[in-house]
Design a binder for this molecule. Sequence first.
Ligand code: SAJ
Length: 436
Amino acid sequence: MLEERTQPQAPGEPETQTWDAAVVGAGYVGVPLAHTLGSAGRSVILIDVSEQVVDGLNRGESHIVDVPSEQLAPLVESGRIRATTDYDVLRNADAVLIALPTPLSKQREPDLSIVIGAAEQIAARLKRGHLVILESTTYPRTTRDIIRPILERSGLEAGRDFSLAYSPERVDPGNRAWTTKTVPKVVGGVTPECTERAARLYEGAVDTVHRVSTPEAAELTKLLENIFRSVNIALVNELAQLCERMEIDVWEVIEAAATKPFGFMSFQPGPGLGGHCIPIDPFYLTWKAREYDFATEFIELAGKVNENMPYYCRSLVSQALNHGRQRSLSGSKVLVLGVAYKADIGDTRESPAIKLIELLRTAGAEVAYHDPFVPQLCEAELSSVDLDPEAHDCVVIVTAHSQLDYADLVRRSHVVVDLRNATGKEGRANPKVWTL
Ligand code: SAJ
């Protein structure tokens, strides 16, 4: 039976301190996780490659919007939370939670290199009684077939000498309603005892823990959640294109369908999928499914529809300029409004705005953007300009940040292409406004 400490460890001297948990990766998952565990009385050491991140955290300064510094600082001052770049602290930790990126390679295939690197560092310091939990989004059997063999290079056996489980991160950056503490935590271990051990680590810190029978079930749970979004967004994106031909207002239809109190969940058409989850997660499952001679056609079709949206929107802008301004795209001045991947945040990862700007430029347009959350857009080598619709032939609303006055924008613009229904019913009735 693996011995474990059930009571939180009192903070001691850093060099001799033992830790209830080590969290590998001080990012948008790791810092909220450390804060949640620390707030429940656990002692937590964050491990990150960046000296700058580590030093900031040890000063009680948070670089993660979901954990303000004023919430982090008291836990750092009390010694409950600390940060380091040194993996050797794992020798003094009871549990190790991996919260690192799992991106796609240039060939759009899963890239586990960061997680594998961490597993190798952990294996070198693995000890009897350790609990290791992978939280990074990945395809089924990663924990069992990739992480476990690496850890077992230590000579220790998962389930016998140490515990191993998977528990998907469900962090939605900026979401005040649902936090690491309040979102139910799914947990699946390589043995029932591993599941129990991992569940007990989270219990008391996270409000709800949901046990599943295997790591694979937990891994696929996260992918299902995000593929569900990708597929349903693709559905309304396809409908938006059909509605344009049928001269039906897709926004009116979705709004009406959303009045159904059961059996329907509303999604909105848009210029494509951005973010670090939804555009990426489906490819993790598609890639793994091929190993089982299974083509996830439905998932791949959704990906195709979503990836085509920037191209469809480029055509919409061309139409709007042609009919609304008697100009072609080439030589026109286009202002893109909002480049973050979703409203009211500054994250531009995989943002469809980047692709749309590239397509508009290729068509010969002179493109500028305005986004109060994004001062610089490195991918397009642009900086945000003042909001001056009058100085442009067309304004394209790509991300609808809630703080902007869209009625005023329509008044001041020659032509508006609204890809987010930001101008609402009035905008859709305005001859100056083209909508998805
Ligand atoms: N999008 C649409 N139409 C929609 C919803 C989203 O075009 O109806 C676009 C967004 O503009 C964005 C992309 O899809 O470019 C992704 O949007 P998202 O709302 O899914 O936001 P994300 O990427 O931050 O997704 C995260 C996910 N959280 C985790 O993976 C832990 C997802 O599971 C959450 O459901 C989502 O936040 C959320 O609900 O906000």
